[in-house]
Design a protein around this ligand. Structure first.
Ligand code: SAH
Length: 232
């Protein structure tokens, strides 16, 4: 299931970035508390065990990469908390037909995209901050991960490459973005934080074969805002 990951010595890590530390994070995610429900999907836990999160943050923060916490990645943005990444990925995989092609809005560090790619999904990701995207692309190359990416305002999605079996939005909008729901294939699943400030909820949308939408609230979350326009 884990595809084409090239793990060189620095990816394997040492001390606080070692495989042992990554394994301990996986055990905490499995238990869940105090953050929320335990993560059950072994495919997701395996991906977390495999992808070296310490390579997705600044070297100065690498020793904190396996704490279950969001960390700053510059430009006022954060790499999401591992439990949240795991929960969203689990929600995307838990579909009647397993997804093959996925769109992520908000590449950030590239970690969520790398987890999806490690699961063997065809990943398309969009980021509005050019510098974050360039750094994420280096990481994909370094790890041999095949991720298609675009520097753009993700609120328009990626219509030329759609429709997608799964869409994950990693920044919060006040309401669901119509253009993204439209790029979801019949039978597809969209996971997105919706709401302003402290009142965000993680929503899961399922599009039926007839185009009808079924919505479920997966619980309270805190994401950076989905902003408009692009920056270098
Ligand atoms: N998935 C990321 C999380 C990064 S935080 C990770 O694993 O690290 C959310 C990201 O969404 C930020 O990088 C932010 O710049 C980006 N973002 C916010 N609004 C956006 C928009 N309209 N289009 C694309 N990306 C956006």
């Amino acid at each position: 299931m884990i595809l084409r990951m090239r793990l060189q010595p620095e990816a394997l890590g040492s001390g606080l970035t070692s495989q042992r530390v990554r394994d301990r994070l996986v055990e905490r995610l499995r238990e869940g508390a105090p953050y929320g429900e335990g993560i059950r999907d072994e495919r997701v836990l395996n991906a977390i065990r495999t992808v070296p999160r310490h390579l997705f943050v600044d070297e100065a923060l690498a020793t904190r990469a396996y704490e279950d916490t969001a960390l700053p990645i510059g430009h006022g943005q954060t790499i999401s908390q591992p439990w949240v990444v795991a929960r969203m990925t689990e929600a995307l995989l838990d579909a009647p037909t397993p997804p093959a092609k996925v769109l992520e809005i908000g590449t950030g560090s590239g970690y969520q995209a790398a987890i999806l790619a490690a699961l063997g999904l065809e990943v398309h990701t969009v980021e509005r901050i050019g510098e974050l995207l360039r750094t994420a692309r280096k990481r994909f190359r370094q790890l041999g991960l095949n991720v298609r990416s675009k520097h753009d305002d993700g609120r328009i999605g990626w219509p030329e490459n759609g429709p997608f079996d799964a869409i994950v939005v990693t920044a919060a909008a006040p309401a669901l973005v119509e253009a993204l729901t439209a790029q979801l294939a019949p039978g597809g699943t969209l996971v997105a934080p919706v709401g302003a400030g402290a009142g965000q909820a993680l929503l899961r949308l399922r599009k039926g074969a007839d185009g009808t939408i079924e919505q479920r609230n997966l619980g309270a979350v805190t994401f950076v805002p989905l902003l408009s326009g692009m920056v270098d």
